[in-house]
Design a binder for this molecule. Structure first.
Ligand SMILES: [Cu+2]
Length: 318
């Protein structure tokens, strides 16, 4: 047995925290990836994620644009948006083949717009988001390889009725989708002595329209990561992710599309990010952090640009 393992065991027994010999920091993907691991029969896991993202400056199709030029077409141009989200999750495996995951969230969105006279205005929304119920089906689980399918539903718990001065706020300021959405995907992970490599692809399909006659676009995402153990408790990761989302189908007839670009249905986008993260195990707790930086972004119509995305996570398996 290695000296560091003996020291870790001594330390953990001294403070009465059991340590699982098969628990590795890189057994879980970077925290920005969700539903990327499964559990063994009878295991529960609680999780919490805090996400923070911001947007600023403007992009039109695949080039940058200015607020002045946007205000030649629209009455107002968005200048800044901040969004934070708290996500609470429970995972449970009734058997070795199936793991269920339920995730609820609350979010807060804050957007600043500026009109032609240079006067800015704020709008803010906060509350529950949509609830996600997922089944993970293990197809392969060995010491070196894991493969599981992801099949889930997103139920429209989040509000799409957010208003300001009697008018419904733009699509991006709403807290939910208003539609029952399907999620399907696959995760594949290979594991070596001191590190792992993973791939996840995920498709979000929104077959129906919500009560106001629109649906957010379908979305496809692919994430690939590589994690390396720095020591017994901590691993560092690099990840790249590409997502492609189509524009809104249908339309909320109450939106005045001359007001601002966020009121049009053109909100599709493709985004390539590069992310760096850390996973660490302290006793039975997992703490993780990941920062994603946009590398390339192409948007439909006029939209603000992502400036970065931070995720902090805590996980506890019982
Ligand atoms: Cu879990």
């Amino acid at each position: 047995m290695k000296k560091s393992t003996i020291l870790a065991l001594l330390f953990c027994s001294a403070i009465s925290i059991p340590i699982h010999a098969d628990t590795r920091p890189d057994d879980h993907a970077p925290i920005g990836v969700i539903n990327e691991h499964t559990h063994s029969k009878g295991e529960f896991m609680l999780s919490y994620r805090y996400m923070s993202m911001s947007k600023s400056d403007l992009r039109q199709d695949s080039h940058d644009t200015s607020a002045d030029s946007v205000r030649e077409t629209y009455m107002m141009a968005p200048t800044d948006m901040e969004m934070s989200m708290h996500m609470f999750g429970v995972m449970y495996a009734p058997n070795d083949r199936t793991t269920y995951a339920v995730m609820v969230s609350t979010s807060e969105k804050d957007m600043t717009m500026e009109n032609k006279m240079g006067v800015s205005s704020h709008s803010q929304t906060s509350g529950m988001g949509d609830i996600k119920i997922t089944a993970l089906t293990t197809l392969l689980k060995t010491d070196t390889q894991r493969l599981h399918l992801i099949n889930g539903l997103s139920l429209p718990l989040g509000s799409i009725d957010e208003k300001s001065v009697g008018t419904r706020l733009p699509y991006g300021m709403q807290l939910g989708s208003g539609t029952v959405d399907l999620k399907t995907g696959v995760t594949y992970v290979t594991r070596k002595d001191k590190g792992s490599t993973g791939l996840q692809s995920l498709l979000t399909l929104r077959p129906g329209l919500n009560k106001y006659g629109y649906a957010f676009g379908h979305k496809g995402e692919v994430s690939a990561w590589k994690a390396q153990q720095l020591n017994h408790h901590t691993s560092a990761s690099l990840r790249t992710s590409y997502s492609l989302q189509s524009g809104i189908r249908g339309e909320d007839a109450s939106q005045n599309t001359a007001m601002s670009p966020g009121r049009t249905t053109e909100n599709g986008q493709s985004l390539l990010v590069l992310a760096a993260g850390l996973n660490t195990i302290i006793g039975e707790h997992r703490l993780s952090l990941e920062y994603s930086h946009p590398i390339y972004e192409s948007v439909q119509g006029v939209q603000m640009k992502s400036t970065g995305f931070l995720v902090f996570g805590w996980q506890l398996a019982i």
